[in-house]
Ligand binder design. Structure first.
Ligand code: PLP
Length: 451
């Protein structure tokens, strides 16, 4: 580990990290993660840490997947690169397109590849605009999204996102309009979760009436808001949203970058909630995070129009359908199917995680636990009965996150919500260890705040 100090010095001196306070980081450089095995990461000081976040919600199969590594290696040795422009196609991208068409709901038969979720959401805006233009409805321009959403970091994707601190950094797209999110613990007041879910859903109806159905192109949402704090909606929310969407002539984009590929116990989160999107955004877990790949799955409603005219679609990326990334995705899907991991989340490890996670609700510093499948959150509070927050202006999460790391667990903090999205391959014993370490971190946080 002799290189660690020098690596940290170079990191602080030369490397600007995403979503990071540059000045602060230069003064306090982070740990260097040097290896990973199973569901553990290891830093350059030799600390072995249980990864409760699957990297950035992407290594759903954990880090030891020689089948994916071998598929990438083989692809790189046969055809390391060729593009999909100019009447060409590389084989892995074709095979992945067909594979996705066979795995996804019956009405999804086309895919457009990108390198990331952000680019996929940019692509969605281009696809949606072309769809309405081809139908001779040029006024349909407005995109509805939700407050607190995260849809990526390009200008378009960050405009779709609902974080004010991000919007203050640039000029957002003028035709994006944000509606309410179903965050019961924060906004529910005296309403029951079910009453609240219906009330929030009606914000969609109100926005459509105010802005005019003829002016609205699409609505984008995650089944469960992830980076916004794992906002698991009340059971009444999506049925009401589904009713409104069915009555109105606007496209629905389900952003499955986090929920997709099994996390909620179905292949896609929209299937867990019975919604019927027209477009699906995916990325991250499609390659188990081992290669950058994202894309848009197009339902027949949109694809049939787009494949029937309109001339050249002036959009795409050098690496749209990169062969090594597509090879990684094919190997990932092989494992997902062979090991029946989606079913495992629905019937075994998902319910086990949720049962054990719920036990944390009894902790004095925890105001609420919530979750579904292999994703969960809890809220840190001073008073669990009144929901009064800790007096640290939303910084208690960061304090708890540090105690988690010191206890050997990666959890993420979103304000005062602590969130987890562990690999779908976790054993029961690893979930037990996760709960044990989370409990220790909660104890330390509680005593830090003299609770
Ligand atoms: N959409 C959602 C729901 C996400 O959580 C993310 C990333 O966390 C993105 C889009 C952006 O994906 P990427 O970081 O691959 O651009």
């Amino acid at each position: 580990y002799s290189h660690t100090a020098e690596l940290k010095r170079q990191d602080a001196a030369h490397h600007l990290h995403p979503f990071t306070d540059f000045q602060d980081y230069a003064a306090h450089p982070g740990r260097i993660i040097s290896r990973a095995e199973g569901v553990y990461i290891e830093d350059s000081d030799g600390n072995r840490i249980l990864d409760g976040m699957s990297g950035l919600w992407c290594c759903n199969l954990g880090y030891s997947q020689p089948g994916i590594v071998e598929a990438v290696r083989k692809q790189l040795s046969e055809l390391p690169f060729y593009n999909n422009f100019f009447q060409c196609a590389n084989e892995p991208s074709v095979r992945l397109a067909a594979r996705l068409a066979s795995l996804t709901p019956d009405n999804f038969n086309h895919v457009f590849f990108t390198n990331s979720g952000s680019e996929a959401n940019d692509t969605n805006l281009r696809l949606v605009r072309r769809y309405w233009d081809l139908l001779d409805k040029p006024n349909k321009r407005i995109i509805l999204s939700r407050t607190n959403a995260y849809h990526g970091s390009t200008i378009a994707a960050a405009s779709l996102g609902g974080f004010d601190f991000v919007h203050r950094q640039f000029e957002t797209l003028p035709y994006v309009h944000h509606i309410a999110q179903p965050y019961w613990f924060k906004d529910g007041g005296e309403l029951s979760p079910e009453e609240f879910g219906v009330r929030v859903a009606k914000d969609l109806e109100r926005a459509i009436d105010e802005l005019g159905e003829d002016n609205i192109a699409a609505f984008i949402a995650e089944p469960i808001q992830g980076a916004g704090g794992v906002i698991v909606p009340p059971e009444s929310y999506w049925p009401e949203m589904r009713r409104i969407l069915a009555e109105r002539d606007i496209l629905f984009i389900s952003d499955e970058v986090i929920c997709g590929f099994g996390r909620t116990g179905q292949l896609f989160g929209c299937q867990s909630y019975g919604t019927s999107p027209d477009l699906i955004t995916f990325a991250k877990a499609v390659t188990n995070g081992f290669q950058p790949l994202g894309g848009v799955l197009l339902g027949d409603r949109v694809a049939n129009v787009l494949t029937s005219g309109g001339g050249e679609f002036g959009h795409g990326f050098t690496y749209s359908g990169h062969p090594a990334a597509c090879a990684a995705a094919l190997a990932t899907l092989d494992i997902l199917e062979r090991e029946q991991l989606v079913e495992r989340v629905a019937d075994d490890i998902g319910p086990y995680l949720q049962r054990r996670w719920q036990e944390l609700a009894d902790h004095p510093i925890v105001g609420e636990t919530r979750g579904k499948g292999m994703v969960a959150a809890l809220e840190l509070v001073r008073n669990k009965h009144t929901r009064e927050r800790l007096e640290d202006g939303g910084k208690a999460g960061a304090v708890c996150r540090q105690f988690c790391i010191e206890s050997g667990l990666v959890m993420r903090a979103v304000g005062d919500a602590m969130i987890i999205a562990p690999p779908l391959v976790c054993s029961h014993e690893e979930i037990d260890l996760l709960i044990e370490r989370a409990t220790r971190a909660l104890d330390l946080t509680a005593s830090h705040y003299h609770l």
